[in-house]
Design a protein around this ligand. Sequence first.
Ligand code: UGA
Length: 432
Amino acid sequence: MKLCMIGTGYVGLVSGVCFSDLGNTVYCVDKDINKINSLNKGVVPIYEPGLEEILKKNYKQKRLFFTSNLKKAVQNSDIIFICVGTPTKKNSNSADLKYVFNVVNELKKLISSYKIIVTKSTVPVTTGDKIEKILNNLRKKKLIDVVSNPEFLREGEAIRDFTYPDRVIIGTESRKANKILKSLYMPIIKKSSRYFNTSRRGAELIKYASNSFLATKISFINELANLCEKSGVDVKDVSLGMGSDQRIGDRFLRAGPAYGGSCFPKDTRALIDIGNKFKTDLSIVKSVVASNNARKTLLLERVKSILNNKLKNKKITFLGVTFKPNTDDMREASSIPMINYLNKKNCKINYYDPSGEKIEFKNLKNVKFSTSITSACLNADLIILHTEWNDFKLLNFKKLINKSNFKIFDMRNLYDPLKMKKLNIKYFGIGR
Ligand code: UGA
């Protein structure tokens, strides 16, 4: 099939590259000409393991094209995927749909034969209805169907998530569109994933419900971790014990710092806003957002108490600063408020992250990027294991640190507290 992906951000690029790998011809369109030029040279603007190889392969085979010419891409395609960003609006919780509607208004002028228009961007319930209204003339002439097909890719695992999805959700009341999209997804549905055809509004809500539920699971275990710390229980045992109940499931029950990234914080806030618009109080989601915000302060309190409330001039090393491993993404990373606070308190901070130096910390006077784990740790009073990159899972701290009384705050519970005790290392985990 011939596909047009509008927006070469995370969702558009990964989906476009993966669809081309299934044998489709894919036009990836972006207004940003520099980005398109780089992509045409094989330079991938995001950090996603495996993406570059698949991109180069399909580009060479002339199935994958990068262009700023929307008109040509639309006219050459059967299905048009809208993959532009829907960030949080300034001073509000609601999703900003201006990029989506800009695209739709452009499409209005370009379509003259039947196309399926699919929103892959995360959009509030009724956005599909609004798109259809803008394109009403085309709809009346049966030149379009508007479909919601939310994306469930995790950063760092996106290729795998695309190839082996748990489910593919197609929100449409059009049998024609459903049939075409089912055949597009057929090669990956065969691999044991479920294909659901729902109403368009249903598909839009499923995306927010899924992300908000996962955020709820994380916040739940994070709050239980607080209780575990006070009651002498290891939260890992609780996760394992409760997660073994198949009705609960053990994934997304890892306690840690506040969840971050470009999705959970934005989508939980947007779901609250959607609830308000429909006069429905989503009190659980509201508590999750509040709990996650409170967690940032709570872990800083923990850092203070580990350092006996003496922060000034303490040498603190952050291992990992991204919101999760295998990405260079810093959006809503809990390291940002933590490092900013500790910088203000005149701690001397070194950080190392396998994805490199971060612009967020460039102008902070007490914060330095180290180019290796070794140089970052050398003189540390406290090591904070913030992100669970594989690089940090088998460290010999006694060899790395030049002091005898250093402390470790393992925010991802990567190490065994008993082994640390045997090594005489002052070790603090989360919920244990
Ligand atoms: C999330 C969802 O997992 C994807 O299904 C969804 O498609 C995506 O948002 C999106 O809406 O586009 P992502 O933000 O890439 O994916 O990352 P996750 O792996 O979900 O992690 C989010 C945050 O939760 C991270 O800060 C991570 O450290 C934290 N987390 C995750 C935990 O603290 N504990 C866990 O057990 C799992």
